[in-house]
Design a protein around this ligand. Sequence first.
Ligand code: SF4
Length: 712
Amino acid sequence: MTAPTPVDVVETHCPYCALQCGIVARTSPTLSVVGNRAFPVNAGALCAKGWNAAAVVDHPERLREPLARDRAGRLVPVGWRYALDRIALGIRDTIRTHGADAVGILGSGALTNEKAYLLGKFARVAVGTANIDYNGRYCMSSGAAASNKAFGLDRGLPFPLEDLENADVVLLAGSNPAETMPPFVRYLETLKGRGGALVVIDPRRSATAQLATLHLQPMPGTDTALANGLLHVLLRDGLANQAYIERRTEGFARVRAVAAGYWPELVERVTGVPEKKIVEAARLLGTSARGFVLTGRGPEQQAQGVANALAYINLALACGFPGTEGSGFGTLTGQGNGQGGREHGQKADQLPGYRSISDPAARRAVASVWRVSPDSLPGPGKSAYELLQGCGTDGGVRALFVMGFNALVSSPSAHEVEARLASLDFLAVSDFFLSETARMADVVLPSAQWAEEDGTMTNLEGRVIRRKRAVAAPIGVASDIGVLVGLAERLGKRRHFTYSTPEDVFNELARATRGAPADYSGITYAKIDAQRGVFWPCPSPEHTGTPRLFLDAFATPSGKARFHAIKHKLPAESPDKDYPLFLTTGRVLAQYQSGTMTRRVPALNAMSGTAVAELHPQTAARLKVVDGGRLAVKTRRGSVDVTARVTRDIRPDTVFVPFHWPGEQSANRLTNPALDPTSRMPEFKVCAARVDPVGSKDPSPALRDPSKDTRS
Ligand code: SF4
């Protein structure tokens, strides 16, 4: 594959989260980055992760040659030809012995659109397996499923971020952008500066909650009860937008009947949120002409994640926000290409463009672009956790190819996942570093990074942007696109994979999405450059993209948004006498996802180098845990050893552990793999836990005199 010559100054995008901040990469004398003031989303601002993006490129731990396991069980350097031959052999042997579905493929929401698309095609055309999924299953699947159910289409934010600034109210449920994507906060600050209100729902008084006009701090696992309680007050007080409900929605009568049972006194008992605050939040929403309801992973990463998101959508619909210019409902995508990554076919049930793999017309459309028979395409496969759970078992996956997914750190019940990966006949991993998952592999491929490759990403607004090559990849490192082409050739399918550049892949992707829900057919690299991004759908060369969806109609058959009657249910696991606390998990500012990249950056480790668990002073005193001391957090699935931070910013019934670390600090050794019945999202955000001190240490100043801290 040919690559253009790198140049000195390149406008590209941060390798981390879905905000996809614009950066300017300077390549001389060494690679460095600054924020790109010309890119509207971040206007030059970056967070600590973005500022340090160059540090992962020329990193001493970077993989620079393929590795393969030798007879003694050691990973040793090998040539590319040998590595690809061995992977192809592993795939062919597995197909011959167990059938194509015994080959599993796992992708990532960090892959460019081109790679995500090609990985899906590779699975279906070169391997013939149904079993491909990706780590976005653990991130966006509940929010996406809820949006599809309610609006007929999922684009995380169906409006540009700039719309938030002019709203009267924004309700943010279970998201902490002040830490996860700090440049986003400027939109909230502008809103507040104009007199708008920010309502934050979070069991923690997070950095974002500290900016809020009003913070509701519910018990983990009670989102639906709270959303229904807010809806109850809206309806009781005559604040619902009846004209909008009649004109633009369906299914309201049943929701009204359900909401009638969620009177605020009851909801206070269920959620722990004072009735007064429930009423205040509902009135802020109900009296605002322009407003937004936004959900994050808090309500979504639960075994009832889809129901929770639908309950918040009901609230937004009752206010008349979705599909109204200057208002809306959205779900905040997390991973860098979490949006594009869920559109182009690396999800178990999807073909490119958000087409369903079970839809005969969709299969015909994609098969004609791929020049294969529709009947040759497999059907839907297993979701990420189910695929991992079946690894090495009869009827399960026996050979697994993983691209940019550190499944061992990201998956719930990580001990079990480790055992399952160890039982595979064959494991191959492509990554930048020797991740915890890569350490278990038979073959490891070193892949090119953000600054070393061209491609496109789709940010949390649905804006398709260019990732541009600034520097050459180290000798010995290859593009994932080249890897897939090389493997397809070895599997006898080269004629379906004839690309010279990532742009060739994109142009085929665009054709494959023509007429699909996520229609990229009018997008080209040149148009993206000229417009600094193109919002999909963009169905023709003349079309300039669609920043705002649903203004005339929703994407449902009737054109109306659908209410869903949702009742509160308990989480899959509730505290009891053995495990008396809730465990909830999440991110910190300086680390990202499984930490494969950020844990290798000294400046980020200086900010957050280890997992720190948060618990309330009352809880700490009862358990004899001190601030800064060691703590064992235990659940029915495992135990971790972390540092304690004693803070009044968390509920007394809850302990919080960030999930970026492996091994003894791995929060996902604790989490519950109970899955949402629709999205197959694991319940990362709530399970029962206990806390025990490990050793002892002098109490911190805050603990010596807790009475001086007067916050409740
Ligand atoms: Fe990168 Fe996200 Fe930070 Fe922006 S907010 S610099 S995209 S990690």
